[in-house]
Design a protein around this ligand. Sequence first.
Ligand SMILES: *[C@@H]1O[C@H](CO)[C@@H](O)[C@H](O)[C@H]1NC(C)=O
Ligand SMILES: *[C@@H]1O[C@H](CO)[C@@H](O)[C@H](O)[C@H]1NC(C)=O
Ligand SMILES: *[C@@H]1O[C@H](CO)[C@@H](O)[C@H](O)[C@H]1NC(C)=O
Ligand SMILES: *[C@@H]1O[C@H](CO)[C@@H](O)[C@H](O)[C@H]1NC(C)=O
Ligand SMILES: *[C@@H]1O[C@H](CO)[C@@H](O)[C@H](O)[C@H]1NC(C)=O
Ligand SMILES: *[C@@H]1O[C@H](CO)[C@@H](O)[C@H](O)[C@H]1NC(C)=O
Ligand SMILES: *[C@@H]1O[C@H](CO)[C@@H](O)[C@H](O)[C@H]1NC(C)=O
Length: 915
Amino acid sequence: MAIGLLCASLVLCLLVCFCDAAQRERVIVPAVDRRDNPPLSLSSSWQVLGPFQIGTRESTWGADPLEYIGGFRKLQYDPDARFRSSLPTNGTAKWNITEATQVSTSPTSANASLSISYSNVDWDFLKVVYGWAAVQYQAWARGELTVHGNGTQHVILYTDAILEYWVDGIHYFGGDFYTYRKAPPVLYVSPGRHNIDVRLVRDVRAFGGILVPTIDVLLHVQLTSGILELAKPGILMSDVVDGRLASSVGSVVLRNGGEVDIEIVDIQSSHVRPPISLQELESQMVLAQDSRVLTAGQAKRTSTPNNASGIVLVAGQTRPVAFDISLPTYNVSSVKYVITYRTVESNQLGTLKISQNLTRTSVYTSHKITYLHPGGMVSYAMLRPPAKNASCTPGQRASLPVLLQLHGAGLEADNGMVAHALDPVPDLCAWVIFPTGVTPWSGDDWHNWGFADVEAAVNSIPSWIKYVGWTGPDVDINRWIVSGHSNGGQGTWYALTHRPDKILAAAPASGYASIQKYVPYELWQSADPRRTAVISASLNSYRHEMLMSNAGGIPIQQQHGQLDDNVPAYNSRLLAQQLFLSGANSSYNEVPGQNHWWETVMTTPQLVSFYYTQTKGDEILPRSLDEFEIVIGDPGDMGSKGGIKVLLLEDPGQYGRVHVDGHITTSNVLSLEFELTVFKSQAVTIDNDIVGLGEASGKRGAGTVTISRQNGVWRPGLLDESNSILYRRGRQLGSNTAILRTQGAFIIRHQGLNTTSHIALQVSRNLHQYFQADTEVIPSISQNGTGIGTGNVITIALSNHLPSSLHPDFPIQPNSSGVVVRDSRGRQRQYSSDDTSLGATFLQPLEEERLELVLWGSDAEGLAQAARLVPMLTGVGQPDFVVLGESAKWKGVDGALAMGFFDHKWEITPSSVVS
Ligand SMILES: *[C@@H]1O[C@H](CO)[C@@H](O)[C@H](O)[C@H]1NC(C)=O
Ligand SMILES: *[C@@H]1O[C@H](CO)[C@@H](O)[C@H](O)[C@H]1NC(C)=O
Ligand SMILES: *[C@@H]1O[C@H](CO)[C@@H](O)[C@H](O)[C@H]1NC(C)=O
Ligand SMILES: *[C@@H]1O[C@H](CO)[C@@H](O)[C@H](O)[C@H]1NC(C)=O
Ligand SMILES: *[C@@H]1O[C@H](CO)[C@@H](O)[C@H](O)[C@H]1NC(C)=O
Ligand SMILES: *[C@@H]1O[C@H](CO)[C@@H](O)[C@H](O)[C@H]1NC(C)=O
Ligand SMILES: *[C@@H]1O[C@H](CO)[C@@H](O)[C@H](O)[C@H]1NC(C)=O
């Protein structure tokens, strides 16, 4: 062990920690003589079995044909074995041995890179028939991790481009499909050989569609400290503009690399009081007991079950920790902080030093600002305020609009390619902002989590103005010009179709219409069309080709390279036509001779002219339109258009529509809100009812009016005034991705068993890996979430240990003999777990529009199946509830016993499948 904090008193302990901490930062001492043998190695020969068919983003559902015969983990290498497979010649897949393209070891790590390809599949011909769907496939690879020497090692395992694997018979779902390297699991490995089975899944969006369809993955195992450590070097903080910090909130990502839980006691600048004296530290500990430690993440906490006052990282957990940053009064080139922590059970103290070099720049250049995402963790964007010499004569407007530019997949916003893309147009009359969407894949492709980040970035501009003492033109945070490239082009369509009343103009470049139009969903395992319809309906809000009427009245400049072989120009052509067919319009510029990206892709003459014209536009928002249509997939995602906001759909498994043309006609809509400053009528005719708009005020108070359809008749008022638990609304609406609309860190509570704790850590890792989210893991399910925090709750339980729902008559009831589901006609359907594993996942209500996502299993296997469906990759299509039978492991969606949606009363909708 690197550190032994054996100490009789606090005093002695502190001394030990401080001298130890300095060493710990630099060196990890492996328990072997590393001059001769590296401590770790990975196999160079791998046993590979494949290929098998898989559909776009289907692997989350299981859909692995080897599970039919017990799973790859039960099979032994056998060159003569033959497996039925739909892809290769003769319909047979075989084992073979593949050499890693590279293996390497160092005194603290070992790597193996695999590149798998199959010459016995006619990819080109399959592509002619099935398109890019054909070059997605799955296979398995088996190798070993060897721990040399005599001691058990603490290691972290990076799994680039891998979604799922087994180590020594323990299953890990989530992996690191996009190679973020943010939340590797911590493993305690004894000396000797450890089996690693890796599921290989090819995805065109991540791997490409044009070149030879290889699967390229990397395993990287690295010794870890066995205690608290930085999971990512440095501090996420703002740039320093003209000598001041642009924003005060900072964040570090910490990992508990040990086997005991750790609590953060304090974070202190070492500039302020270097070195911290013992006395001070002790008094800080007292402060911490009062929950007054100055960390943003902690500020919202009220109490914790184990009476720990700080942020707790359970063994193996990675968490972002927010804290306030200030610059010392004297000139420095970096900031330095000391984190003090203690182990929860034994109360041993330790420290960790962190530092970050400052980036100094001018307030007028594109620079990094930080702010809190609604999920409670820190995010950043690049901001370029209006130029000093821009001649903005805003006429009657004192404030300038926001010009958003959304980046493509795999890029950070602070990458020069993104943050300086608009340098050729330095004098725009706008606040230019390059958001991240939290991750290089914008969280969930700029949808729920990623778009919340965009809004948080825009909403942080007024505090930036105060914080840096800006005296230039003001900002209007409700006037947006949105633009973006590739995935950001798609994000631009999302903004356009979901926030129409805020959009002054939009310029989507080289974007795709929807995931389904990008890489077709052909080649999923065969399934009952009712089940595929549920998957498809779960993605309604992200199918832009269906939502083009929402863009009516908004100036749009489209652009696409004619020769784009990454996102085909077909996507932009299709949307241009759909705009026309829904009565909207766009200017469409297809650039001859260009592929997906080129140096001036965001500053072509057409775009430059569009930016100048639109930033100067003084159209009044929201527009009041004479005739328009709203199409809506998920009211929880949707802002208003023409002053009308849809609050509820009758069946959320189906699109809703509102057509306005003097009078209003609706389809599948239950409740609407009118903004009276935009919609200036005393009364409306709606579906042949006449409703006065003066009779009731809306959900958002004065200036708004809500009307609802009850017993087939429209009347003023809400449907949900009586009891907040009985009615689903606001943040609770949408498919299971609604859980992402958390306010505060996610709370993961579980039964306290090693199986539930393993799943809790997996969910925590995946939410951090894919969304950079913060999670608090509680090894107890006796609390209902109230009093633990403000965030949405994920509850993990087996058999009959699920606490009862706050809803008094919830339609899904797991128990010790299975699950009972009450369908839309009130029939009870019992699924028995007598001789099979069952898994279930569903949303249920908490107070104040919070949500709970339940992960339940009749046993550990069923639970592991349910846990696959926690939101992570886009395009998977998880609905509000799913009951999984064992056969989903190989059948995928067709192995779902029940799946579908809850309506506004938390009843199962007729569009659901309860078979
Ligand atoms: C490992 O154990 C063996 C046998 O107990 C001993 O001879 C050897 O020195 C040990 N090696 C190390 C590096 O501790
Ligand atoms: C072709 O498939 C048959 C039936 O599965 C199998 O017996 C045979 O070994 C396969 N041939 C080759 C060359 O793989
Ligand atoms: C393993 O790969 C990672 C990522 O490419 C790299 O940072 C690391 O240095 C490699 N380690 C060895 C021992 O090659
Ligand atoms: C493994 O099998 C596939 C399919 O037959 C083939 O393309 C590949 O070259 C083989 N690899 C090795 C190392 O034999
Ligand atoms: C921070 O700055 C120092 C001094 O210029 C430099 O030596 C060091 O490499 C920098 N650190 C990082 C992480 O860039
Ligand atoms: C839980 O503990 C049992 C018994 O010790 C062990 O077999 C199993 O592998 C553990 N499961 C996990 C996920 O650690
Ligand atoms: C949830 O738990 C808190 C205390 O833990 C309690 O005050 C509250 O009444 C509970 N809410 C419900 C709806 O049971």
